[in-house]
Design a protein around this ligand. Structure first.
Ligand SMILES: Nc1ncnc2c1ncn2[C@@H]1O[C@H](COP(=O)(O)OP(=O)(O)OP(=O)(O)O)[C@@H](O)[C@H]1O
Length: 306
């Protein structure tokens, strides 16, 4: 029998997962997994639990939570020579990563993917800043607006879901200032004032499904988006364009692919929606570093690049 470890955050999203746990265990048992669980107790705990799962040589680690929980689990797996496969049950508020790998946002649907889907090795991001190395699966970014993801209180997310982020975003808009930035990417250099920069691994960010429309999960490249200085009206217009994926040709935007990105200026770093310390720092794309379970059709699409 294969062994699976569920690492779940009881406070994620609308706090529903625990109620469904017995059903999840039965489904996994039927699919041939002997499964045990760990409920996280606070920030950082999912990373410790994932490291422990590596030591105990589990075949599969299932992260049940939002993007923050998946990020923590990946941080426990990424550094190790043996890395169990990763399954995802999206019960968070945003669930960008699940959307990007085609995992449905119902617990039953996600279990179905875990039991009948296929593993695909995908790229993950690695950033070195403040003498630490951290990993991300979705997005890293800097600039005042990216700070909104950790300024929304957990209670508000439980009550309002995604809407909580949009409300906070609108509240912050008038106070957004441009920041002086120096960004080196695959030998090129950008220097100037920016509203924000994003280093993305998937096309689905903050509920915007077309923010990085050309991104591939396994090409070894980030999609780098730099939003140059704009006034408030232009910025709002860019956000509207971004909802349709039409921002990438705008003159205020640099949109390109890169394997390495170095940010030389001081800035807060957002990693998969959580505070990731201060920049400067360097981002490296780790080619096909982690095997993740996804639906068969999605797996085929990712493998063939279609
Ligand atoms: N028992 C706990 N109590 C409070 N916070 C916790 C607990 N366990 C984990 N956490 C923290 O909660 C953070 C956010 O969780 P998570 O991303 O799963 O859900 P979310 O906030 O609802 O969703 P999203 O990130 O999609 O907005 C995690 O990064 C983790 O540090």
């Amino acid at each position: 029998m294969k062994r699976a470890r569920i690492i779940y955050n009881p406070t994620s999203g609308r706090e529903q997962f625990r109620r469904h746990l017995p059903d999840v265990l039965v489904r996994l048992e039927k699919a041939g997994y002997e499964t045990s669980c760990h409920a996280t107790e606070g920030p950082g705990d999912a990373t410790k639990a994932a490291r422990q799962a590596v030591e105990r040589e589990f075949d599969l680690v299932i992260a049940a939570g939002g993007d923050g929980t998946i990020n923590e689990v990946v941080n426990g797996l990424a550094h190790q020579p043996y890395r169990p496969k990763l399954g995802v049950i999206p019960v968070g508020t945003t669930n960008d990563f699940a959307r990007a790998i085609g995992v449905p946002r119902t617990i039953e649907g996600a279990c179905e993917v875990i039991t009948t889907g296929e593993p695909v090795a995908i790229d993950i991001g690695c950033v070195t800043n403040e003498d630490k190395t951290r990993y991300f699966i979705n997005i890293a970014g800097g600039g005042r607006l990216t700070e909104l993801t950790y300024e929304v209180p957990s209670k508000l997310k439980t009550m309002l879901g995604q809407l909580a982020y949009y409300l906070k975003g609108m509240e912050m808009l008038p106070s957004i200032r441009a920041t002086e930035a120096s960004i080196e990417y695959d030998g090129k250099l950008f220097e100037g004032e920016i509203m924000m920069f994003l280093v993305s691994l998937t096309n689905s960010v903050g509920g915007f499904e077309k923010l990085a429309p050309d991104s591939s999960l396994n090409d070894g490249l980030f999609d780098l988006i730099i939003v140059k200085k704009t006034n408030l009206a232009e910025f709002v217009r860019l956000v509207t364009l971004a909802a349709r994926g039409e921002h990438i040709n705008d003159p205020h935007i640099i949109y390109t692919k890169a394997n390495r990105v170095k940010v030389r200026s001081p800035m807060q770093l957002n990693l998969d929606g959580e505070f990731g310390g201060m920049l400067p720092g360097e981002f490296v794309n780790l080619y096909r570093h982690l095997e993740v379970l996804m639906p068969k059709e999605k797996a085929e699409q990712v493998r063939t690049g279609s």
